[in-house]
Design a protein around this ligand. Structure first.
Ligand code: BES
Ligand code: MN
Ligand code: ZN
Length: 500
């Protein structure tokens, strides 16, 4: 599916389906809908008068054109009350819901009236929201269904946004092009996260990162086990001990700015988390194939960044490994040393994310990252606290938090800040090492963040705990059942804003 923007009139477009917005309670049609209505001898108005199309948000009414227009169908979509201020987020959500309905209808090539619903919005924001709505909403992961019937969700042709106001065409196009890049990056993260762990090992993930790098002109370095040993990444390596899969510490570099300072995007890459010797219960363990979502998200975001070319340097760091029990696995009580020399008592091998991130953060700082954002499916306690609506953010720096919150809000992804008070430190003091890797049940997400703070040191840093938003249980707006690919949009926005 291609998404493009054109100036002119909807009624003249060569397409199979025209889509127009209808405001709730509107008695008369205006703009492009009015033109279509005249060509259809009032058939759209008749839908409103008969009470079939009420304009309620989420509502959809289809009218056959019977040869009176180039398209065979006009779809009227409810845009809600006109006085309710339209937001880019509401538009993105509505478009995603409509896109799935159009797919079920086998709508073919779609011409979409951009003007009616988006006049109140900045055209670039509207273009981005519409493109993201289509591409994210239509995502599916069906490659392992071998029966065609299980893949039959329908299909949709190319989408053309038709804009009557000439001056809005260029910014709408810029926004739509950006939306396509960012949404496709998020769908890539979803693909990586949805893939089962036998088909998304650290080696396979590294090969995918290498392919992305060569497609988009990024530098890619994969640190193998032997080099990680030379670098003294004892914390990261301790998690790899139980697995027969070789670990891969993936580093992607984008150079858009001057000098050797980088924004560091660090992503937890546990391709499967069994818990290790502190084994997890069996029920639901299959969801732990998604425990590399942080890595998937930072890798995928780099693909978008490489295409959008902001004037800033960015490094993505993804420590990848399985967390498995075996005769060679790390045991509760073991003491390991991170590359920056700090000692860690591993009291629970299921708190492995912070162990791989400790070395990744230390490595990032050693490589010149002067702002750090880590993204991790770190704690089950995060979904207890915030559910699947918002993800938690911890930051040692107010400016990083503020910029991150702005980036998230603009992206339509929601965050909530949690605290890092010094008192929480008590809970992760160890009798035998500098620090221990769990602090018990109380404040589980906070003690995990406090642990990471040790390795961020005085570098401005934010930690995004995405465990609660990792996956979605049903199709809703831009989210499709399965891995969410969150927060690719926030990360890309953050980097773009830092470059401005
Ligand atoms: N990967 C899990 C956290 C998780 C749980 C992510 C559910 C997504 C959904 C993490 O490695 C983990 O096991 N955390 C433990 C920490 C505990 C041992 C201190 C947890 O949350 O139980
Ligand atoms: Mn774990
Ligand atoms: Zn984990």
């Amino acid at each position: 599916m291609q998404i493009s923007v054109t100036g002119g009139e909807l009624a003249k477009q060569a397409a199979d389906t025209y889509v127009v917005g209808i405001a709730e309670g509107a008695r008369r049609l205006t703009g492009q809908a009015a033109t279509l209505d005249r060509a259809l001898d009032g058939a759209l108005t008749a839908q409103i008068t008969a009470g079939i199309a009420k304009g309620r948000s989420g509502e959809l009414a289809a009218v056959a054109t019977s040869g009176r227009l180039p398209a065979r169908t006009v779809v009227m979509i409810g845009t809600g009350k006109r006085d309710e201020a339209e937001t880019a987020d509401a538009l993105r959500t509505r478009v995603a819901n409509v896109a799935r309905r159009l797919r079920t209808m086998e709508a073919g090539a779609v011409a979409f009236a951009s003007g009616d619903a988006t006049a109140a919005l900045d055209p670039a924001d509207a273009g981005r929201a519409i493109a993201e709505g289509f591409i994210l909403g239509l995502y599916r992961f069906d490659k392992h269904h071998t029966n065609a019937a299980d893949r039959a969700l329908g299909s949709i042709g190319d989408v053309t946004l038709v804009e009557p106001t000439a001056s809005r065409v260029a910014p709408l196009t810029t926004g739509a092009d950006e939306g396509v890049i960012v949404a496709e990056a998020q769908n890539l993260a979803r693909d990586l996260g949805n893939e089962p762990a036998n088909l998304m090992t650290p080696s396979i993930l590294a090969a995918r990162a290498q392919r992305l790098a060569s497609e988009h002109g990024l530098e890619c370095k994969v640190i193998e086990r032997a080099e990680a040993e030379r670098l003294k990444m004892g914390s990261y390596l301790s998690v790899t001990n139980g697995s027969v899969q070789p670990p891969k510490f993936i580093v992607l570099t984008y150079r858009g700015g001057r000098g050797n300072r980088f924004i560091g995007l660090v992503g937890k890459g546990i391709t499967f988390d069994t818990g290790g010797i502190s084994l997890k219960p069996g029920a639901g363990m299959e969801s732990m194939k998604g425990d590399m979502t942080g890595a998937a998200v930072v890798i995928a975001a780099m693909g978008a960044i490489a295409q959008l070319k902001p004037a800033v340097n960015v490094m993505a760091i993804a420590p990848c490994t399985e967390n498995m029990p075996s005769g060679s696995a790390t045991k509760p009580g073991d003491v390991v040393y991170a590359m920056d020399g700090q000692s860690i008592e591993v009291v629970n091998t299921d708190a492995e994310g912070r162990l791989v991130l400790a070395d990744a953060l230390a490595y990032a700082r050693a490589e010149g990252c002067t702002t750090l954002i880590d993204v991790a499916t770190l704690t089950g306690a995060m979904s207890v606290a915030l559910g699947a609506v918002r993800y938690g953010v911890f930051a040692n720096d107010d400016r990083v938090y503020r910029d991150l919150e702005r980036a998230a809000t603009a992206a339509g992804e929601r965050v909530w800040r949690l605290p890092l008070d010094a008192e929480y430190e008590e809970l992760i003091k160890s009798d035998v090492a500098d620090i221990k890797n769990t602090g018990g049940r109380a404040a589980g997400s906070i003690t995990a963040a406090k642990f990471l703070q040790h390795f961020a040191g005085d570098t401005p840093w934010a930690h995004l705990d995405i465990a609660g938003v990792m996956a979605t249980s049903s199709d809703k707006g831009v989210l499709v059942k399965g891995n969410s690919g969150m927060p690719v949009r926030t990360l890309v926005n953050f980097v773009l804003a830092r470059a401005r």
